[in-house]
Design a protein around this ligand. Sequence first.
Ligand SMILES: *Cc1c(COP(=O)(O)O)cnc(C)c1O
Length: 379
Amino acid sequence: MHFDTKAVHAGVEPDPSTGAIMTPVFQTSTYVQKSPGDHKGFEYARSQNPTRSALQKSIAVLENAKHGLVFGSGVAAIDAVVKLLMPGDEVISGNDLYGGTYRIFTKIFEGFGIKFRFVDMNNAAEIEQYVNDNTKLIWLETPTNPMMSIIDIRAVAAIAKSHKLLLGVDNTFASPVLQSPIDLGADIVMHSVTKYLGGHSDVVMGALALNNDELYERLAFIQNSCGAVPGPQDCFLVLRGIKTLHLRMERHCENGAKVARYLSEHPQIDKVYWPGFESHPNHQIAKEQMKGFGGMISFTFHQDDMQRSFRVLENLRLFALAESLGGVESMANHPASMTHGAIPKEERMKVGLLDSLIRLSVGIENADDLIADLEQAIG
Ligand SMILES: *Cc1c(COP(=O)(O)O)cnc(C)c1O
């Protein structure tokens, strides 16, 4: 079945009691049993909820995976993955990643005795030198946030396989429309559903998708035991959002290309980070492993001045100055002070995350209006 058809139908069956075409919001905390243990497969809503089940199935199908699990946020989904590990275990992680992921790794899990090595994954072969007997998990994001590097998932998966390590891929920036990490060898795909999957800036949620049955049982056990589950209303909103995911992504890509081109020709702008440019260092890998280049773009000014970037952000009218991304509305963000504020300046500088860097999440409005807004804001 084609992706577009899956986006509209996956996971959603007409409700058996009424025929309702949309899965209802099962706003309940518990389920009545006939006799102790005699029930319809639903005992308590932390453990099971039909609206959540429909969404989990939908996300699994979109990721070409057997199983899906949703969580109260993207970081709650990451939290569940790291809870597979034990004190003394090591994780090799990309060094250019979402600030909140860096924060939960270093500020929470290092305290529990798990070690994280943050490495440049642009050259996958270099990862091997960090593998030792304690290494259990490789964690990567691609495209990376906010530098838009493209990591070769297939190459990293080969290293993970050869050392029997789990490979987790944060697929938030690409969405399942543009990239299928499971098909490239990842064991676990993670999403901040808050972003493109939800798509309408009205829900915070996370998800995991995977094939391995035993791993799924362990993660489902963590989901239920630790309890970071989303409510049914939020699951319903995401089920609705997913139905137009493919259409939205098409426009995000189209607008992204137009805005990236505009920025690259602007005399005051220095670097534009967008994997669709032939000059992008990993353009070839992006072409091979992605179906489009997306609507996420970062750029810096020749003059690396935070105050100047702040003025541009203040001047924007259509682009909302906000954390988050992936919504239908265009958004602009200042990573150094906002989303990536938790990352020390030396670490930021190493990957080129300068003080003047602005990150755009290009929405699905008219591209000419978006470009006009940037033009008036940059001046
Ligand atoms: C937002 C984001 C997260 C965290 O997700 P939340 O839903 O905010 O908890 C993780 N990874 C990436 C790439 C993100 O953009």
